[in-house]
Write a protein that binds this ligand. Structure first.
Ligand SMILES: [Fe+2]
Length: 292
């Protein structure tokens, strides 16, 4: 698959954080001692690193990670699954959306996570690998993630499952609660409620593949997170408490943008990276985590 660009630029991260924390331009400008003109320019994508760092401190973002993002110096190392995992990236309006397929290599049972804007490529792989699609799991029901649901469900007769808290309008769809378990041959799938971006948004934690895998929908992206103007803190908390606590080598398969890992996001995501220790050994009270 061609390299998928990061979903968000540094200014998207600034805008998401500001909207989520409900801080007005006026307030942010005053708090961070950034002029209204410089603030407007930064929010539009002008990379003035001094300004960006000052804004980060008042938006609960890591100044270092935000600066690295602005300098386009980081892209997640791509984990490789030798088998039993496939990612699909399909265009939807002015963006692209991801969907995923996993399967047990022995009994060929498979599960899809979201459908993408179209499912042609997924259906071809199901047929080429002689898979039997048992489940279509929905991370959430925003239109880009389920655009091909009628086609995929009709072609495979798979069961459609989503959280009981997510609005779902599909005949025959079944719902699960948080911490539900599914089995697919030798693979185990556990549902984690990582709401915020949508009310029942779910992360599916899969074990039994080459790496632990979390299919996170729009909960978190490489270097960013899904937007949630109304439930930003809930999304942030769920990401921190339910996703970033998974084993460090867990692969994060996001709804948009490239694959990443827990370890890489803990280090590089401006919303979650711990700031590097401040070089002031004589000041013992400098917090090492601005999010705390
Ligand atoms: Fe979404």
């Amino acid at each position: 698959m061609p390299r998928i660009p990061l979903e968000d630029n540094f200014n998207d991260v600034i805008n998401k954080a500001q909207r989520g924390l409900k801080i007005s331009d006026e307030e942010l400008s005053k708090l961070s001692e950034v002029s209204p003109e410089d603030l407007t320019a930064a929010k539009a994508g002008s990379p003035n690193y001094g300004v960006i760092r000052r804004l980060a401190r008042h938006l609960r973002l890591s100044p270092d990670a935000l600066e690295v993002l602005a300098k386009k110096r980081w892209y997640p190392k791509q984990p490789v699954f030798p088998r039993s995992f496939a990612a699909f990236n399909t265009p939807h309006e002015d963006m692209t959306v991801n969907s995923y397929l996993i399967w047990d290599p022995r009994d060929r049972s498979a599960a899809a996570f979201d459908t993408g804007a179209n499912c042609e490529e997924m259906l071809s792989l199901i047929s080429a690998e002689k898979l039997n699609l048992h489940y279509i799991f929905l991370t959430h029901t925003h239109p880009d993630h389920i655009a091909a649901l009628p086609q995929l469900a009709a072609a495979t007769k798979a069961q459609v499952w989503s959280s009981e808290l997510e609005p779902v309008d599909f005949p025959g769809a079944r719902t699960f609660k948080e911490n539900a378990h599914f089995h697919l041959g030798s693979l185990a799938i556990k549902t984690l409620l990582t709401s915020g971006h949508s009310p029942g948004q779910t992360t599916f934690y899969v074990t039994g593949l080459s790496w632990p895998l979390a299919i996170v929908g729009d909960s978190i992206f490489a270097s960013s997170m899904g937007s949630s103007p109304t439930h930003h803190s809930e999304q942030w908390r769920n990401d921190r408490e339910k996703i970033l606590v998974l084993p460090r080598d867990t692969v994060l398969a996001c709804g948009h943008g490239p694959l990443t890992t827990v370890a890489q996001e803990r280090e590089n995501n401006p919303f979650f990276a711990h700031p590097k220790p401040v070089n002031k050994p004589s000041t013992p009270n400098v917090p090492d985590n601005e999010h705390a």
